[in-house]
Design a protein around this ligand. Sequence first.
Ligand code: ADP
Ligand code: TRP
Length: 322
Amino acid sequence: MARYLTGIQSTGRPHLGNILGAILPGIQFSKQESNECFYFIADLHSLTTIKDAKERQEYVYATAAAWLACGFDTKKNIFYRQSKIPQVCELLWYLSCFTPYPMLANAHSFKDKSDKLADVNAGLFTYPVLMAADILLYDAQFVPVGKDQLQHLEMTRDMASSFNHKLGETFVLPEASIQEDVKVVPGIDGQKMSKSYQNTIDIFLPDKQLRKNVMRIVTDSTPLEEPKNPDTCNVYKLYALLASEAEKEHMRSLYLGGNFGYGYAKQALFEMILTKFNDIRMAFNEYMANTELIEQHLQKGEQKAQIVAHQVLTRVKQQLGF
Ligand code: ADP
Ligand code: TRP
C-alpha cells in the first residue's frame, strides 16, 4: 500500500478548471487498490487570505460537496478538514524550529504573494511549514501536486531531513508526484481558469446563471459568414475538453464552414455542461442543502486521520524529549 496525501485549499467554490484538472483525476487515482489516499481540505491555509468565518465555512462545505458529488469514496480513503486535527499546529511549531529563516524568506510563492497581496501576514510566511506539517504528520510517501508546489515539497524534505539528522530517524521523506498529463483548462478570457482571475465557469450555478456565465466567454469579431478557427477559440477549447471525437469533428466543421456564430457554439457548450455534469450538479445541490451529510463524511475521515496523527506526533515528541 502506498500512502498518498494532498491538500485542497478551500478558497472558493470549485470551478470547471478545478474539477477537470484536480478533482476528477484525483478521484480516478484514488480508486486504485494499491493507493491509500489522504485528501484534506486545507482550511487553516485558507485563513491566510479569507478572514470571514461564514465565507470560509461555506467554501469548506462547497469544496467537500464538489469532491463528494464527483464520487470521492470516503470509505476507502481518508477525507478530512485540516483544522479538525489540531496536532498539525503543534507539529508546525516543532518544524519551525528546524526551518532556516532564509529558506522561507526566499520561497517563490511567498515572494509572489507578498508582491501581490495587501495583507502580507506571518501566516503567509510560515505557509510552507504548515504544509510540511500536513504531510509529515501522516507519514505520507507521495504527494500529488502541481508544478507550482514543488518548492514546498523540497522544503518539506529539507525540514524532515534536518530533524532526522539531528534527532534520529523520525519522519518519512515524502516525494512529489507530479501530474504531467493534466490539462490546463482555459478561462472565459483565454488565460488559465483561476479564481484569482475572475474568469471561471462555475458549473454549480443554476441553469440560467450558468448559461450567462458561458455566454460571457470572450470571442473574436470575425463576421458571421466567414470561416472561424476552432483552435484559437476559447469556446471550442472548452467544448473540446468535454466532447467526444465525433462531436468535436462536427463542431470543427461548423467553425470552418462559415455562416456560423459563436452564440451557437456557446449554446452547444452550455448544453454539453448540463448533460455531462447533470448528476454531479444534482448531487452537489443535495449535499449543500444537507450539510449534515457532508459532516458525516468528513467526521468519519477525521476519526481515521486522528489516529495516525496521534501516533506520529507521539513519536516526534519522544524524539524531542517532550
Ligand atoms: P485557483 O487557481 O482557481 O485558485 P487552485 O490554485 O486552488 O485554483 O487549484 C486547485 C487545484 O485545481 C490544483 O490542483 C490546480 O492544479 C487545479 N487547477 C486550478 N485551475 C486549473 C485549470 N485552469 N486547469 C487545470 N487545473 C486547474
Ligand atoms: N499549498 C497547496 C496548494 O495551494 C495546498 C496544500 C496545503 C497542500 N497543504 C498541503 C498540498 C499538503 C499537498 C500537501 O495547492
